[in-house]
Structures are given as structure tokens and as C-alpha cells.
Design a binder for this molecule. Structure first.
Ligand SMILES: Cc1cc2nc3c(=O)[nH]c(=O)nc-3n(C[C@H](O)[C@H](O)[C@H](O)COP(=O)(O)OP(=O)(O)OC[C@H]3O[C@@H](n4cnc5c(N)ncnc54)[C@H](O)[C@@H]3O)c2cc1C
Ligand SMILES: NC(=O)c1ccc[n+]([C@@H]2O[C@H](COP(=O)([O-])OP(=O)(O)OC[C@H]3O[C@@H](n4cnc5c(N)ncnc54)[C@H](OP(=O)(O)O)[C@@H]3O)[C@@H](O)[C@H]2O)c1
Length: 266
């Protein structure tokens, strides 16, 4: 036996259970979950496809979109036409194999936030993925009275999971009793007409977000906690606006008022 064969694999070898294509550039899928795989809702993990003989797998970071208590692992993905991973990943079918790294990590976790009353989950594009995990975790609802999911996208068709959030998560097996009436879904669309239009940064700056939610014109450090996920530019600008309201960034080591993570390099 060679050394390589004796070494334990750094991956769990999972099977695709279902695939849902939302648009030409967005899809979701779920896989089986190894019993030994533990993660905290909101964390990300490296995933990939099994490589050809003698090659190394192409791995990319993915937020786990399912909560830590779920039996399946769910992912929400972009399709980059010439992307090394997603040009192939978008073709997966039920039964196909997916490599899932054994070391999930990340800062978009409840542990990195101090207690509060309202939790804002702000994401652009596929930056919605970690909120699918956090919002479907019962611990979120025992720690916060209200959860506001803000999803900023280019086109209305990019509002994946819209029905799930518009239903208040009423059919969810884990939080279906707690979330309805306490979940606020706040989608914004930037490149075509919609009831709430414009970048989330603009809606915070103008105070529209707060007016729409019946709040005073800023995040309140005494009550509000925020998680941010999306492109680098969106996160940077939004974090500046949040800091201007007096909220302080948190981490796993030192919980704070808000946390952030970029969903892709760009
Ligand atoms: C911590 C972390 C978590 C992530 N979680 C997710 C996730 O849950 N879902 C997901 O789809 N991607 C996620 N990504 C991005 C992901 O790792 C890959 O970049 C993506 O799957 C594309 O891989 P690729 O090999 O096809 O193309 P890459 O070579 O990785 O990317 C090519 C280009 O496509 C653009 N791009 C890549 N990913 C995205 C994206 N998600 N949205 C918009 N533009 C993008 C960027 O301009 C990038 O330079 C995450 C990245 C990080 C760092
Ligand atoms: N329908 C589509 O064709 C489609 C859908 C998804 C992804 N894609 C492809 O995927 C890539 C990334 O697109 P994406 O839509 O997922 O991500 P994205 O470009 O980050 O856009 C997502 C949302 O974030 C907003 N945004 C961008 N920069 C911001 C900033 N600095 N502050 C505040 N908000 C900001 C965008 O507004 P603006 O519109 O004002 O930029 C948009 O509403 C692109 O290459 C795109 O071609 C295409």
C-alpha cells in the first residue's frame, strides 16, 4: 500500500440528491450528509467534483445553505460559463458524486454575534446562501425576536428562494412554528422595475430600508445585529454604513454587533 492510499481522505464522498435550476446563471442542489460531518449554520466548506485519474480536484469555497440540524447538505450556486468548477458543476444530476471538505469554517455564525433583538441577514447574489442556513436554524429564533432577510439582486428572476421566504418559512420542518410572523423578507432589484428597487447601500443611505421596516433611520447598536455576505464591493460599502451607525465587527474569538464574509472574489 502506498503512503497516499494509507492517508485518510480529506473529503466526504457525497451523492447528489436533487438539483434545481433557477435561471441560466443560478442553481441549487443537495447532497447526502456523512454522519461525521459537523458544521455550524452559516459556515462554508470546500467542495468539488471527483477528478479524473491522476488529477487533483478543483475545489471552491461554498456556504452550506442547509442548517446544521438538517440531514441533507444544500448548496446555492452561480454558473460561471468558463468557471473551472461551475462550468462542470452546473451539469450534475442526482446520483453524481460530490467531494465535501472535512473542515467547515467561517464567521457568519451566531457565535460571532452578541445577543440582540433583531437580526439582519444582508446578502447580494449568491450571498443569500448562508442565510438559508441561519434562517432555518431553530437557535436563530431562540436568540432573536425578529429576522430580516435582505436579498439584493440584478433581476427579479435572480430572487431565488423568494417563495420560501415569502411564505415566512411556514412549511419548514425545523422552524415552521417559530419563523412565521417574525421573519421579514426584504428583496431589492437593481436592473429592472420592482417594488423595492436600488442597491441595498442606497436604501440604507437614503433611510428607505428603515422607513419600510418601521424603524428609526439607522441600525441600533443596542438592538440590531447584522450579518453581511456578497461581493467585496457590496460588503465594504455596507460595512462602512453599519459602522457609521455605531455597530462593531465581531469574530469567533470576540463576538460583536456585525460579521461579514465575501461570497466570491470580485
Ligand atoms: C467564503 C466563500 C464562500 C462562497 N460561497 C459560495 C456559494 O455559496 N455559492 C456560490 O455560488 N459561490 C460561492 N463562492 C464562490 C465560489 O468559491 C466560486 O468562486 C464559484 O463557485 C465559481 O467557481 P468557478 O471555479 O466556476 O469560477 P472562479 O474561477 O472561482 O470564478 C470566476 C469569476 O466568477 C465570478 N464569481 C465567482 N463566484 C461567484 C458568485 N458566487 N457570484 C457571482 N460571481 C461569482 C468572480 O468574478 C470570479 O472571479 C464562495 C467563495 C468564498 C470565498
Ligand atoms: N441575470 C443574470 O444575467 C445574472 C444573474 C446572476 C449572476 N450573473 C453573473 O454573475 C456575476 C455576478 O453577478 P451577481 O448578480 O451574482 O452579483 P453582483 O454583481 O454582486 O450583483 C448582485 C447585487 O449586488 C449589487 N451590488 C453590486 N455591487 C454593489 C455595491 N458596491 N454595493 C451595493 N450593492 C452592490 C448589484 O447591483 P447593480 O446591479 O447595481 O450592480 C446587484 O443588485 C456577473 O458576472 C453576472 O454576469 C448574471
Amino acid at each position: 500500500m502506498t503512503d497516499a492510499a494509507a492517508r485518510p481522505s480529506p473529503f466526504f464522498h457525497e451523492r447528489v440528491l436533487w438539483v434545481r435550476h433557477w435561471t441560466d446563471s443560478l442553481f441549487s442542489f443537495a447532497t447526502t450528509r456523512n454522519e461525521a460531518f459537523r458544521f455550524r449554520s452559516g459556515e462554508f466548506v470546500m467542495i468539488g467534483l471527483p477528478p479524473a485519474e491522476g488529477e487533483k480536484p478543483i475545489l471552491r469555497a461554498y456556504s452550506i445553505a442547509s442548517p446544521m440540524w438538517a440531514e441533507e447538505l444544500e448548496f446555492y450556486s452561480i454558473k460561471v460559463p468558463d468557471g473551472p468548477l461551475t462550468s462542470k458543476l452546473q451539469m450534475i444530476q442526482p446520483g453524481d458524486e460530490i467531494l465535501v471538505g472535512k473542515k467547515p469554517t467561517g464567521t457568519l455564525v451566531l457565535d460571532a454575534l452578541k445577543g440582540g433583538e433583531r437580526l439582519f441577514l444582508i446578502g447580494s447574489g449568491t450571498g443569500l446562501a448562508p442565510w438559508l442556513s441561519v434562517a432555518r436554524d431553530p437557535d436563530t429564533w431562540s436568540r432573536f425576536g425578529q429576522v430580516i432577510v435582505v436579498h439584493s439582486v440584478r433581476n427579479v428572476a435572480d430572487l431565488a428562494y423568494r417563495e420560501l421566504f415569502e411564505s415566512g418559512l411556514a412549511d419548514d420542518p425545523l422552524v415552521g412554528d417559530e419563523a412565521p410572523g417574525r421573519l421579514v423578507y426584504y428583496p431589492t432589484v437593481t436592473r429592472e422595475p420592482f417594488r423595492t428597487q436600488g442597491r441595498i447601500t442606497e436604501r440604507i443611505r437614503s433611510g428607505e430600508l428603515f422607513r419600510d421596516l418601521g424603524m428609526q433611520g439607522c441600525f441600533d447598536p443596542a438592538r440590531d445585529r447584522v450579518m453581511l455576505c456578497g461581493s467585496m464591493a457590496m460588503i465594504k460599502e455596507t460595512a462602512e454604513l453599519i459602522e457609521a451607525c455605531g455597530l462593531k465587527e465581531g469574530s469567533n474569538a470576540e463576538p460583536g454587533d456585525y460579521v461579514l464574509e465575501r461570497a466570491f472574489v470580485g
